[in-house]
Write a protein that binds this ligand. Structure first.
Ligand code: PBG
Length: 325
């Protein structure tokens, strides 16, 4: 007979009451940010094939969707605009009559307490699909900064609470901060996609936003998935440039990166549970191979456990609903 153990971790697992008492990590609707794709026109709700349950909304419909998000106790939406016209410099990105600007104003008007975060990038607005100005097949850094700053200013003017640059150009947080301050938008915060990897998990998003690069790839500006020291440098630079929140992206294959960033910085950390991560779960659930509620809540909890203070996820509304039960 082996000796009976005197140390028994199972003592604290015996009932839900005791498990919940010793639980180390919690997921709440307040931790969640809901991404939304907005388009021009009216009365439009377009499904996205590779992202079941996610839609492109015209502004009038986006207001309704924002209301549902708000009612579920989710504090923020993250808006992505899809324009009708694209050109080499992404000119429509600064147009006050474009979908994102109009949706921002309309949502703030109807739901002033719901935070509106806007994506700052060129790729949805450029005909070549890159996140910067292109010359001779190269993505130019410094020539892109003014454009990004102008987009941020235009979003701030429309009422955005937080702007979120996702382009990965060097120095863009400083450029955006200085433009916002110059325009007297000192209170508009910056959530920087500080640590954004060149990931194949963005595939479905590019379908949704029509932002697939027409040549080459994004590896000259987005990070190499092999690197984590570089992530700390990126985060440090963005904070030095006055980022208020730093983000890691994608989430699931990069939980170690989120932990490393969380341990290294003192600002809030967000992580982006991206389109491909969403599509994988949805596909398996559609086959009947996974329990959607359980796997989604487990995946989101893992991001909190890795140190994320907030999670951007297409599961937002479902998760908030499940958490309320
Ligand atoms: C734009 C942008 C992308 C995502 C967020 N902002 C696409 C990309 O960099 O190619 C991806 C989001 C997702 O996959 O859910 N630069």
């Amino acid at each position: 007979m082996s000796p009976i153990p005197n140390k028994r971790p199972r003592r604290l697992r015996v009932s839900e009451a005791i498990r919940s008492m010793v639980r180390e990590t919690h997921l709440r609707p307040e931790d969640i940010i809901s991404p939304m794709f907005v388009i021009n026109g009216t009365d439009a709700v377009e499904p996205i094939n590779s992202m079941p349950g996610v839609f492109r909304f015209s502004v009038d419909k986006a207001i309704v969707e924002a209301g549902k998000v708000y009612e579920l106790g989710i504090p923020a939406v993250l808006l992505f605009g899809i324009p009708d016209h694209k050109d080499a410099l992404g000119s429509s990105a600064c147009d006050e009559k474009e979908a994102v600007q109009k949706a921002t104003t309309a949502i703030k008007d109807r739901y002033p307490d719901l935070l509106v975060i806007t994506d700052i990038c060129l790729c949805e607005y450029t005909d070549h699909g890159h996140c910067g100005v292109v010359e001779n097949g190269k993505i130019l850094n410094d020539q892109t900064l003014d454009l990004l700053a102008n987009i941020a200013l235009s979003h701030a003017r429309s009422g955005a609470d937080i702007v979120a640059p996702s382009d990965m150009m060097d120095g863009r947080v400083a450029a955006i901060r200085s433009a916002l301050d110059g325009g007297n938008y000192t209170g508009t915060a910056i959530m920087a996609y500080a640590v954004k990897y060149a990931s194949a998990f963005y595939g479905p998003f590019r379908d949704a936003a029509g932002s697939t690069p027409q040549f080459g790839c994004r590896r000259s500006y987005q990070m190499d998935p092999a690197n984590v020291r570089e992530a700390l440098w990126e985060a440090a630079l963005d904070i030095e440039e006055a980022a208020d929140i730093v983000m890691t992206k994608p989430a699931l294959s990069y939980l170690d990166v989120t932990r490393a960033v969380r341990d290294a910085v003192n600002v809030p950390v967000a992580t982006y549970n991206v389109s491909g991560e969403y599509a994988m779960i949805k596909a398996a659930v559609a086959q009947g191979w996974l329990d959607e509620e359980k796997v989604v809540l487990e995946a989101l909890l893992s991001m909190k456990r890795a140190g994320a203070d907030m999670i951007i996820t297409y599961h937002a509304k479902d998760a908030a609903r499940w958490l309320q039960r």
